[in-house]
Design a protein around this ligand. Structure first.
Ligand code: ZN
Length: 386
């Protein structure tokens, strides 16, 4: 069985917010999955390919918890193609769609929203763009859906629903949330101000009535709820806190304080909320991690686990952890050349976004050298190439 070993790793991030750093300097990959963390010398000797990481940092591939894909790698609002490959070069190997909102002429009737969700779910599952694992096809909720619609989309592989707009009938909205959960669908809700002309501003009260699973862009998308409402939702509910790059940065500072006070590390997932009118940002996840690690009390390695293992757990990805049995979706990162930081974690903490040396999906190298980041201080080499 062909195996790959990555040896001489500096810091290795586990994906687990409670134990973010592995005490190991090597991993063994077999059949696209992590076979061992810290394998013995004999296992490494048997590997057909051995990569010397040269002391760089190994992390699980980043999972962007908040994206707005459309179809393939085309993003209609920016009239741009190839955005997902660009994000892959920023260390992102999986993504969650929080609704295919930007499809031109997006349908608003039950048949149309179902069709769009099923098409996106199947298209992205059948053909992962640039290899990136996209959980596509989040059903955008519109008035008139009935329980059979939730059952139908779930049967076709849709994993989540999203409240982005006012369902005028509050009882209907609450019913939607219950039906979604009954059929195993995650309930996401837009938090904050109006993002598109048809998206209303929400409040903690209207959000709490719905009882979602995920508070999508709780720090705003792009404008936030009042800071009191944000605090209320963090303190008085158990729901997942989705924190995004294109939100309100000052809200993030307050939110992290509360999250640390409550020791609610497992509740946080990280995303970009892109591509949107704010643009596309291939390094958005790295920049968000850098902001968190350099401007809040959150340790960099914990923040990386929020962007990997936490998101994998919430959405059922078979990745996000460097642990036996998980898909070998990995990134080798290091301090950027020219940065005063000694390594990637130091770069995050210093405020210098680290660079990406290599990205792997299912044990295959998909980015041999990032075209998006500046060069890394060190670089890996093949000891043996099978
Ligand atoms: Zn969004």
């Amino acid at each position: 069985m062909p195996a790959t070993a990555i040896v001489n790793v500096g810091a290795m991030i586990s994906g687990d917010v409670r134990a973010p750093l592995h005490r190991a300097s090597s991993v063994l990959i077999e059949d696209g999955r992590i076979a061992a963390v810290g394998p013995d010398d004999a296992a490494v000797a048997r590997a057909t390919t051995v990569i010397d990481a040269n002391g760089m940092t190994l992390i699980p591939g980043l999972i962007d918890s908040h994206t707005h894909p459309a179809i393939g790698e085309f993003t209609p609002r920016l009239n741009t193609v190839g955005w997902i490959e660009s994000y892959l070069n920023g260390g992102i190997t999986s993504m969650v769609s929080t609704g295919e909102l930007h499809v031109p002429g997006r349908p608003r009737d039950p048949a149309g929203v179902k069709a769009l969700a099923i098409l996106a779910a199947k298209s992205y599952r059948n053909a992962p763009p640039s290899g990136v694992k996209m959980m596509g096809g989040t059903l955008i909720l519109e008035p008139g859906l009935v329980e059979a619609d939730f059952a139908e989309v779930a049967a076709h592989g849709v994993k989540a629903v999203k409240f982005i707009q006012e369902i005028a009938d509050r009882a209907e909205a609450i019913q939607f949330s219950r039906w979604a959960k009954k059929h195993g669908l995650k309930v996401l809700i837009h938090c904050g101000g109006t993002s598109l002309p048809d998206v209303p501003t929400t409040t903690a009260k209207t959000i709490m009535e719905i009882e979602p699973d995920v508070l999508a862009h709780l720090n705003g998308g792009p404008t936030s709820l009042s800071f009191d409402d944000i605090d209320l939702l963090i303190r008085q509910t158990p729901w997942i806190i989705d924190l995004v790059r294109f939100g309100n940065p000052r809200a993030v500072l307050q939110m992290v304080k509360t999250i640390l006070e409550l020791d609610a590390l497992e509740r946080v997932v990280l995303g970009t909320d892109s591509p949107t009118g704010n643009g596309m940002e291939p390094l958005g996840m790295l920049h968000l991690l850098t902001f968190l690690a350099s401007c809040t009390a959150l340790p960099a390695e914990v923040a990386v686990c929020m962007a990997t293992g936490n998101t994998a757990r919430v959405y059922g990805f078979d990745t996000g952890f460097i642990a036996p049995g998980r898909a070998a979706d990995l990134a080798l990162i290091d301090a950027a050349r020219g940065s005063y930081a000694p390594d990637a974690l130091g770069g995050f903490a210093l405020g210098d976004s680290p660079s990406v040396a290599m990205v792997m999906i299912n044990g295959e190298i998909v980015v041999a050298r990032s075209k998006m980041t500046v060069p890394t201080q060190r670089f890996y080499r093949f000891v043996r190439k099978g």
